[in-house]
Design a protein around this ligand. Sequence first.
Ligand code: PHE
Length: 345
Amino acid sequence: MTLTDEITRAGEKAVAIIAEAASLDELKAAEPTIFGKKSALGSFKKSLGGLDPDERRQVGRHLNAVRDEVGEALARRREQLAAVERRRLLEAERLDLTEVPTSPRLGHAHLVSQAQERLEDVFVGMGFTVAEGPEAETDWYNFEALNIPRWHPARSMWDTLYLDLGDGDNVVLRTHTSPVQIRVMQNQGPPIYSVMPGRVYRRDTADASHMPVFHQIEGLVVDRGITFGDLAGTLDAFTAAYFGESISSRLRPSYFPFTEPSAEFDITCVICGGEGCQTCQRTGWIELGGCGMVHPNVLRNVDIDPEEYSGFAFGFGIDRLALMRHGVEDLRQMFTNDVRFLSQF
Ligand code: PHE
């Protein structure tokens, strides 16, 4: 075989290797065997030295032509493979915009917020306004103004969390919404028909029916001629409006420093309808909250004359209400923020 033929054969072989490369990486790996010093095409240069000038020129020209061809084949293949790889990448990272839902899934208010909003609605429907106050309160608003002096044994009714603001134990996380009563009476004065929902704090260990942070709604009425009958009637009207006509309320004597007389108010057990079951400990009643006639000392603390005005107040937990309403067994579930639980309500 002549040298010219050998060169042609080597060129064909190189072109075949190039065609066989299935990826850019394979092509790159094959390059030394196509053009490198040790490749067939690389080795012919040396052989040229042994030829006479005429032949050398001829064979040399042929060699260059073949090398050019192989070079072009390589460039073309590289271009092809790059296009394939680009296409593969585009396919892999493709976003099908037609798959985006036309109406994205929206969140909704938390179970407790829903209960709070419904309670507000019911009371607003009865002519009450809604008031709010700070969660960090001074001792005066949370206790003192509510007729609970520092030495008062009733302080132990509230396991209090104190804020260390370098001011002794003067600032607390409010243990109930009652300090908002004081603020409303100070800012507005009678006549007052308000409810005061909000977050409250107690030094409690979380269990199935307690959380260190929970929610209360408080009601306050101060006007001329307000009686205990108004309190009982208001709570009954609220109970029927919120729970339905089949549920009624009752009052039991109790004690709170800021109300006199004080009462605990119960509603017909919503689980058994008053028959008696495990939830109501076979009594047919469930305790909802506390209430009473505003203590004259409390009115005096905010410069309202107890000879001229009287009032009542009540307060109960919102979380436990929501828990009862939806048959949730463990209060803690409401606050672990598990979407699978929350999305059910
Ligand atoms: N503030 C009381 C509590 O949290 C509840 C209450 C409110 C009682 C208003 C009477 C009147 O325990």
